[in-house]
Design a protein around this ligand. Structure first.
Ligand code: XUL
Ligand code: CO
Length: 444
């Protein structure tokens, strides 16, 4: 087997902030213990197969720019898939990250029939199992791509044609089997085409019922095969559809409640999906945690100047620290992790650019973890939050919340007692300064 990333010595090592400008981790030291666990255990980092190995660097205005020999025209599809898999596992090993994620079609070429596609997947998955055993790299999650093929243009589960729903069932069944076989810790469903382009041709209720039926079948199949991983839905507000049904975490929760699926599905929150939805990443994380549906994260970032999913490598410690703080405060990941759903810029042509992107993102997460742990240890934010709501812990507050008083009684009592609440400062600027104080004072 020839090395693809032959210029990169294996593996990338931790060298601290004094490291020069080469390939090294400056903060991420997998074995370093922070708040009771190693950095590797906290962050559970995964590399995605699709953007890193299956995307040629094309955009809507131009062809692929990247050096990915297995994506060239005229290469035998199975040989190309083997070469791609070799390069992917070489990358995971040299980067030193514990997990990866993939869609069926990232790894195996589609055949002329559903049966042929299933066979190709089977061959590649058997080979992946061997590679996992050889390298120790594990599968964070698997997923089926039921959005790229033209048959899914009008949706997979939400398609007006039940035959398309059935073809999606083939792919999802096969990928659940593959994920289970590979010891995957989660299974993701991103409904890229489960939405609409125009309401003029769409029956909303009909499509929601179909989606719920599909998700129920998936949850039943999980139990049938004994898959113990977590089922994750990945919210996104739009792109490629004008409107996607899994808009954000709160919308997903409403859907799960409506169709009696609470407890079956959790969410995989992507930073750039949150910001496309008009939320901060911090908002989506805090919301999912409070709703009890938090599962995993697709780490990346958008570009504040444009309105699409740029999937850039995360590099803002300020932004990440607040989200990691919420995750840490709630006890951290269980089966989830930080999957790098990130892609290089189209001009990043060198093979080692893929390393630089991931290293920078991973170091930013590691630094955010240090800051988040220091914020928790410092306690000033939680102290302020506790104090701000302290009234609800008094007998008066508890009586109201427990239903011990009705509206009219409360109103009459309030008039009689002459209660006259005074506005209290929310202290936002002080809190923001507190966050910066911790960021600036936390040693690497
Ligand atoms: C698309 C996206 C997907 C999912 C998996 O925006 O994030 O790659 O993560 O299908
Ligand atoms: Co994603």
């Amino acid at each position: 087997m020839t090395e693809f990333f032959h210029d990169v010595p294996a593996p990338v090592a931790f060298a601290g902030t004094d490291a020069g400008d080469g390939l090294a981790y400056r903060v991420y030291d997998p074995n370093r213990v922070v708040a009771g666990k190693t950095m590797a255990e906290h962050l559970r980092i995964a590399v995605c197969y699709w953007h890193s190995f299956n995307w040629p660097g094309s955009d809507v205005f131009g062809a692929g720019t990247f050096d990915r020999p297995w994506l060239q025209a005229g290469v035998d599809p199975m040989q190309a898939a083997f070469d791609k898999q070799d390069a992917a596992f070489e990358f995971f090993t040299k980067l030193g990250t514990p997990y990866y994620c993939f869609h069926d079609v990232d790894m195996a070429p589609e055949g002329a029939t559903a049966a042929e596609s299933g066979h190709n997947l089977h061959v590649l998955v058997e080979r992946a199992a061997q590679k996992q055993a050889e390298t120790g790299v594990k599968l964070l999650w698997g997923t089926a791509n039921v959005f790229s093929h033209p048959r899914y243009a009008a949706g997979a589960a939400t398609n007006p044609d039940p035959d398309v729903f059935a073809r999606a069932a083939v792919q999802v069944r096969n990928m659940m089997d593959a994920t289970h076989f590979l010891g995957g810790e989660n299974y993701v469903l991103w409904g890229g085409r489960e939405g609409y382009e125009t309401l003029l041709n769409t029956r909303l209720r009909r499509e929601a019922d179909q989606l719920a039926r599909f998700l129920t079948m998936v949850a039943e199949y999980k139990r049938k095969i004994g898959f113990t991983g977590t089922l994750l839905l990945e919210p996104k507000p739009q792109e490629p559809t004008k409107h996607q049904y899994d808009y954000d975490s709160a919308t997903v929760m409403g859907f799960l409640e409506r169709y009696d699926l609470v407890g079956e599905y959790f969410v995989n929150i992507e930073v750039n999906h949150a910001t496309l939805g008009g939320h901060s990443f911090h908002h989506e994380i805090a919301t999912a945690l409070d709703l009890g549906v938090f599962g995993s994260v697709d780490a990346n970032r958008g570009d504040p100047q444009n309105g699409w999913d740029t999937d850039q490598f995360p590099n803002s410690v300020e932004e990440m620290s607040l989200a990691v703080y919420e995750i840490l405060r709630h006890g951290g990941f269980t089966t989830g992790g930080f999957n790098f759903d990130t892609k290089l810029r189209r001009q990043s042509l060198d093979r080692d650019d893929l390393f630089h992107g991931h290293i920078g993102g991973i170091d930013s997460l590691a630094r955010s973890l240090l800051v988040a742990a220091a914020m928790l240890e410092d306690g000033s934010i939680e102290r302020f939050r506790d104090q701000r709501y302290a009234g609800w812990g008094t007998p008066r507050g508890e009586r109201i919340l427990a239903g011990g008083v009705d509206l009219a009684t409360l109103a009459d009592e309030t008039i009689a007692s002459g209660v006259d609440p005074q506005p209290v400062s929310g202290r936002q600027e002080w809190l923001e300064n507190e966050v910066n104080r911790v960021i600036w004072s936390t040693p690497t």
